[in-house]
Ligand binder design. Structure first.
Ligand SMILES: Cc1cc2nc3c(=O)[nH]c(=O)nc-3n(C[C@H](O)[C@H](O)[C@H](O)COP(=O)(O)O)c2cc1C
Length: 218
């Protein structure tokens, strides 16, 4: 099938070795981060915080969070151009949603006189809060929507990427507690450019289950 969307998705793959001499240009970073900001989320809650590790100092802090782990993910942190931490809100509340409602008024999407009615969407907060007051299951799910969006944006920009659940979530959340500002991080994304010779994954064909196995059309 020939279509620019399919070409993007066939072009992208998970990079396993980065060229540590190459940086993503600022103009591409600007497009990428703006596109990430525009990601969809349940009730437009945007219950995420993205921490962008651009400096070697910040990336070294991330690398240290792996401890002695021999994980390939650890190597990508320094060799890649940037690392994005996807923070999710562990206890999202009506007070947090007020920021969304007021932004909607500022953006002229919601009329000021309808402010109270806009809080009706909070039923989804109640529905997604467990018996311990945690909203992590719900808010983590929103970060994966942003991740999916990020992977396609990056393909369009011809920037390589490695999504990483293989991190020490507790250590990362602790190390970047100030920047995450109460959010938790269990998902990160390295971006940059693959090593021209040493990335074994670059040469492998894409592999997915066949159409009939994943779709039921009725
Ligand atoms: C949520 C998520 C977490 C992932 N975590 C890791 C990871 O920690 N390390 C890694 O090398 N790849 C990781 N991957 C990459 C997947 O293994 C990869 O996307 C999958 O095998 C499909 O291959 P492709 O991305 O090359 O098309 C992750 C992918 C996703 C979507």
């Amino acid at each position: 099938m020939h279509h620019p969307i399919i070409e993007d998705l066939l072009w992208r793959y998970t990079t396993k070795k980065y060229d540590n001499t190459r940086k993503v240009p600022q103009e591409d970073m600007d497009v990428f981060l703006e596109a990430l900001r525009l990601s969809a989320s349940s009730i437009n809650s945007q219950q995420w915080k993205f921490v962008v590790l651009a400096s070697d100092e910040a990336k070294a802090r991330m690398q240290q969070s792996f401890g002695d782990s021999p994980s390939l993910n650890k190597q990508h942190v320094m060799d890649g151009s940037h690392v994005i931490l996807f923070g999710n809100h562990p206890r999202y509340s009506r007070e947090d949603y007020a920021e969304v409602v007021d932004q909607g008024i500022a953006d002229k999407r919601t009329q000021a006189e309808n402010r109270d009615a806009a809080f009706g969407a909070c039923v989804y907060i109640d529905k997604n809060t467990d018996s311990h007051g945690s909203t992590s299951g719900w808010t983590r799910a929103q970060t994966y929507i942003a991740l999916g969006n990020a992977l396609h944006i990056l393909a369009r920009l011809k920037i390589d990427a490695t999504p990483m659940e293989g991190i020490d979530a507790a250590a990362v959340t602790r190390e970047f507690s100030e920047e995450l500002d109460g959010y938790a991080c269990s998902l990160a994304l390295v971006i940059g450019y693959h090593h021209p010779e040493e990335d074994f994954n670059a040469k492998l064909p894409k592999s997915r289950k066949p159409f009939e196995k994943v779709f039921t059309i009725i």
